[in-house]
Design a protein around this ligand. Sequence first.
Ligand SMILES: Nc1nc2c(c(=O)[nH]1)N[C@H]1C(S)=C(S)[C@@H](COP(=O)(O)O)O[C@H]1N2
Ligand SMILES: [Mo]
Length: 425
Amino acid sequence: MDRTLHRREWLTLAAASTAALIARPAWAVVAAQAETPLQSFTGPGANPFWNSVGPYVTYPQKSPLLRLTDRPIQLETPRAYFRSAITPNEAFYVRYHLPDIPNAIDLKTWRLELTGNFKRPLQLSFDQLLREFRSVDIAAVNQCSGNSRSYFQPRVPGGQWGNGAMGNAMWTGVRLRDVLARAGIEKGTVQIQFEGLDHGPGPEGKGSHRFIKSWDIHEPILDEAIIAYAMNGEPLPMLNGFPVRLVMPGKFATYWTKHLTHIRALTTPDTNFWMYPAYQIPDTPNGSTTPEELKAGKVKLVPIGHVNMPVRSFIIDPDDSAPVVQGLPTVIRGIAFSGMGGIRKVEVSTDGGQTWKAAKLGRDLGRYSFREFELAWKPELTGLQTLAVRATDTGGHVQPDSGVWNPGGYLWNKIERQQVLVLGA
Ligand SMILES: Nc1nc2c(c(=O)[nH]1)N[C@H]1C(S)=C(S)[C@@H](COP(=O)(O)O)O[C@H]1N2
Ligand SMILES: [Mo]
């Protein structure tokens, strides 16, 4: 952004929208935003930092979140919000690529435009989306491709996210397919392209001033994708894509276009910067390679859309903020998810990964959702103990105990560990 979000603009937004957008005067806390000092060590190894090390900042419609960068805005969700399977809208992480983001959208004049190789190019109003298409709900995890990038070894460039570049919401909207069918895809169309309202300079000299993503028309995800106008039963926060965004269940969030406004039917494949070279992964098992192989030019790269998100799980409680007590009942809790099928099993270890016990799974909100888990634990040994968690999805994929490596810092899903101090009773 080349300017900050001014109170006046947010008031304009609130007035212009037909929906009641602002639940609380977030700007009231902007002035009081707390900047915590940076921790000195952000590296991997015995990394005690579940989140990135940024200061807490407060943006409109948001609770205090961890700031990675301010232009473009990148904010990470603090660990404690993952205690429940649904991530609150005000705590949902934020990621942009370009500095100029919309901060006021007039729903009376806003249109979703379908242009290019369609039989009937369309301009749909927000009202039409709401009234003329069947609405569907789906719980789905939105995770940045670079979530957990700061744990890569050797380190890779890009936003140094901890684990909080993810969130799970109940999305409501209309099927992309229904909207495409209304426009009628003309023969000769090879890809469907999506673009939002943000712009401004991206990486220099790359023609990257618009954030554009495309899919081949035969990709099955286009049948599952939703144009969402509600998130957890409320309008989308501006920073998460108001008034509508794409939801692509199981796919990394780079394809979940925010402020979706342009849908184009293309007759030649999209070669823009954000499709290539950005967001490419090695075409290898688990998308993993080594710096040496990469340097030798041996690695074929493909768009990250070729894969679904690998299975992951996280211990949320206990964290390292307080000790637990020997012999006293404690509950180990967290969440798990997979883009390749629902969660079949979560196992927890209290001895650093030597033995595992099946945790109890929480309510099933659908195969693309976070799934809560818990395991009762009565610590027997005092001193520093290492907990670990490992999930298996319905496709039989299990989390590995070694980290992947690729130049983009994508696809991290190594088994998570948590050290806990057990005090003698
Ligand atoms: N319009 C637009 N949509 C976008 C992006 C963007 O920069 N602009 N970034 C994508 C990426 S890489 C991520 S990780 C998600 C982040 O979604 P969130 O900000 O709602 O958490 O938005 C995706 N959609
Ligand atoms: Mo992302």
